[in-house]
Design a protein around this ligand. Structure first.
Ligand SMILES: *[C@@H]1O[C@H](CO)[C@@H](O)[C@H](O)[C@H]1NC(C)=O
Ligand SMILES: *[C@@H]1O[C@H](CO)[C@@H](O)[C@H](O)[C@H]1NC(C)=O
Ligand SMILES: *[C@@H]1O[C@H](CO)[C@@H](O)[C@H](O)[C@H]1NC(C)=O
Ligand SMILES: *[C@@H]1O[C@H](CO)[C@@H](O)[C@H](O)[C@H]1NC(C)=O
Ligand SMILES: *[C@@H]1O[C@H](CO)[C@@H](O)[C@H](O)[C@H]1NC(C)=O
Ligand SMILES: *[C@@H]1O[C@H](CO)[C@@H](O)[C@H](O)[C@H]1NC(C)=O
Length: 578
């Protein structure tokens, strides 16, 4: 199915039966399937600092004994989805990753046809456990448990499956659809001593998060009611449910409950292939999520990212007291192209995530560790950017860069008036970068070829609508490549900033075939995959531009080359770490 299960990750707590764990007899190594040819890394679209498996699909995190663990859905045998195992990499900094052997692969009846997504939880005193979806001989989706064989091993190299698997399964009594029952969340512990976990599901077109409870993490009982459900949304994949502080960017443990917190429910909608979230409160007595009024129906759900971004998961990083979001980014090229290049899918840069001051939305920002890769800083003094002007940013490797810009706009009277409400994505397509309005488009041209035959533009436009200023952020891929076999959908969203009193800021992380953009200091994110044919490697150029009629002030421009990270390369791992 589809990509259903792209993500893994998470935490928990629980029970090592009498301290004795039955051990799986064999531990296959898939290393031989991961050999890389020497010209592998010469591919122009292969990213340099985004997480990728050596080849093929990916997927999920956890911090244990000071190491970050990423488990991801991986096909050891090809660049298309299938043969899914839980591959495993570790990192000290969320930037450089070392590969380990797969953690979980089919071996029991309850997972013999696949080890799909799930989550980790730290249970009793911080012991990690994994709950994951297995595909049984009847091709039903069931939930399984695994735990580390050796808790003293910071690499958590070997995992043991519970002999009681599956722990949760569709039955005629519980009426769960056996083709729509997957992706257990990180579990959380209630004050009553019961662990709770959500499993994504659907009933006809009703999307739902089925709730299970357990005292010992082995025996699970389905709650009478789901934690939440929404009509018309279809299958909920990779649900994620976590608390955030009302008034602080500091992250909190998934089991934390108390005053001054809100809860977030995120679901990956299989029908739409986007990640949506709601903010609300969690009624611990009724075990119900109550979304705020602003999220009254699926039309009002917010997205983590308005470009390509799916099957994401968060985890609480107790080392730096932050909640980190990891997401999977699909290709925009054809499957034939994926097979030719031998890999498909990357992870977005891990993002710290917290509640915006307004309480109405989340804010996301690339983890600070990524800044270690910055080199060759370029800083410009404030400049007036006249309408129709284009300025090249020299001195950085434009295909592998980090750039931050800010604009100040004083003449809001010049903003184009919008008569009718239009959704932002359509607005970006109808009024693209060549359509001059009063204020905008202004922003960045990335992956630009020398003659501008190719470029991807990430830009703002300001509109006046019913006496309010609307700030639109677009990522326009229509001219990104001379190759027309790619999906070049334009992406867009409004950014909740007041252009009269606040700067309009934009940061883009550029990495060969990906542009991750953060508008309004992380209030609006758009990730795009592009495959230029001319603007590759050293041929790529980077510009700041203003194609509106009015001038705007460029108050900040800071750009850096980004060094290559060690992604599943030849990192030495030993008992002491990376
Ligand atoms: C991968 O490399 C190993 C060791 O170098 C070798 O034994 C194996 O045959 C190779 N596998 C493939 C598929 O090339
Ligand atoms: C468990 O891991 C520790 C740390 O890596 C190691 O010293 C020890 O030998 C391991 N125990 C077993 C039984 O493998
Ligand atoms: C169960 O899920 C499958 C797979 O999505 C779907 O084809 C089928 O219609 C579902 N059945 C019901 C009753 O929702
Ligand atoms: C990923 O992209 C391919 C096309 O390259 C598309 O067929 C597939 O549906 C996409 N999957 C998701 C989950 O977005
Ligand atoms: C836009 O609004 C005008 C009235 O202001 C109306 O005549 C027109 O039909 C609307 N257009 C669309 C596409 O809704
Ligand atoms: C600016 O607009 C003009 C036409 O209005 C167009 O030809 C040009 O390509 C645009 N520049 C960019 C960078 O989009």
């Amino acid at each position: 199915m589809i990509l259903s299960s792209i993500w893994v990750l998470t935490f928990f707590s629980f029970i090592y039966v009498n301290g004795v764990l039955p051990i799986e007899a064999t531990h296959h190594s898939f290393r031989e399937l991961q050999n890389l040819s020497s010209d592998y890394y010469k591919q122009p679209y292969r990213t340099a600092y985004h997480f990728q498996p050596p080849k093929n699909w990916i997927n999920g995190p956890l911090r244990y004994k000071g190491l970050y663990h990423l488990f991801y859905q991986y096909n050891p045998k090809g660049a298309v989805w299938g043969n899914i195992v839980w591959a495993h990499s570790v990192s000290k900094d969320l930037v450089n990753w070392a590969p380990l052997d797969p953690a979980i692969f089919p071996s029991q009846p309850s997972d013999i046809n696949g080890c799909w997504s799930g989550s980790t939880t730290l249970i009793h005193g911080g012991k990690p456990v994994i709950l994951y979806t297995g595909i049984n001989p009847l091709n039903q989706q069931v939930q399984n448990l695994a735990y580390p064989k050796n808790l003293s091993d910071p690499f958590l190299r070997e995992w043991v499956k519970s002999p009681k698997n599956p722990l949760m399964a569709p039955t005629s009594a519980n009426k769960i659809n056996s083709s729509s029952f997957r992706d257990p969340t990180t579990s959380w512990l209630g004050k009553d001593g019961y662990w709770r976990v959500l499993i994504g599901s659907k009933r006809n077109t009703l999307g739902l998060a089925i709730l299970y409870k357990s005292k010992d993490f082995v025996n699970w009982a389905k709650a009478k009611y789901p934690l939440h459900s929404v009509q018309g949304t279809g299958m909920w994949e990779c649900p994620d449910f976590f608390p955030i502080l009302n008034d602080s960017p500091i992250g909190i443990d998934t089991s934390f409950n108390g005053d001054n917190i809100r809860h977030v429910l995120k679901v990956s909608l299989d029908d739409k292939k986007h990640d949506y979230y709601m903010i609300g409160s969690y009624d611990i007595v009724k075990d119900k999520f109550i979304p705020d009024k602003a999220f009254k129906d699926s039309e009002s759900f917010l997205r983590y990212d308005y470009g390509k971004y799916y099957a994401s998961k968060t985890f609480f990083d107790d080392g730096k007291n932050r909640r980190i979001l990891l997401g999977w980014v699909n290709e925009s090229s054809s499957v034939a192209h994926d097979i030719k290049k031998g890999w498909s899918g990357i992870h977005a840069i891990p993002r710290a995530i917290w509640l915006d001051k307004s309480g109405k939305q989340l804010v996301q920002w690339p983890v600070v560790e990524i800044e270690k890769l910055r080199a060759n800083p370029v800083n410009w003094p404030t400049k007036l950017l006249k309408g129709g002007h284009l300025l090249q940013i020299n001195g950085v490797t434009a295909a592998q860069a980090d750039v931050e810009i800010s604009f100040e706009v004083n003449n809001l009277g010049e903003a184009e008036v919008l008569d009718n409400w239009t959704d932002p994505q359509s607005l970006c397509s109808q009024k693209g970068p060549t359509y001059k309005s009063g204020l905008g488009p202004f922003g960045l041209l990335v992956f630009a070829s020398k003659g501008l035959q190719e470029y991807t533009s990430v830009y703002f436009k300001i509109f006046r609508y019913q006496h309010k200023n609307l700030v639109l952020l677009c990522s326009d891929q229509s001219r990104s490549s001379l190759d027309n076999n790619n999906d070049k959908t334009n992406y867009g969203t409004f950014v909740d900033v007041d252009p009269l009193h606040e700067k309009l800021s934009l940061r883009s992380l550029i990495d060969h075939s990906v542009v991750e953009s953060f508008g309004g200091e992380g209030k609006a994110c758009i990730t795009a995959r592009v495959y230029p044919t001319l603007a590759i490697n050293d041929e790529a150029q980077l510009y700041v531009f203003n194609n509106g009629t009015a001038d705007v002030k460029l108050t900040r421009l800071s750009a850096w080359s980004l060094k290559k990270a060690q992604i599943n390369g030849k990192i030495k791992i030993d008992k002491t770490g990376l």
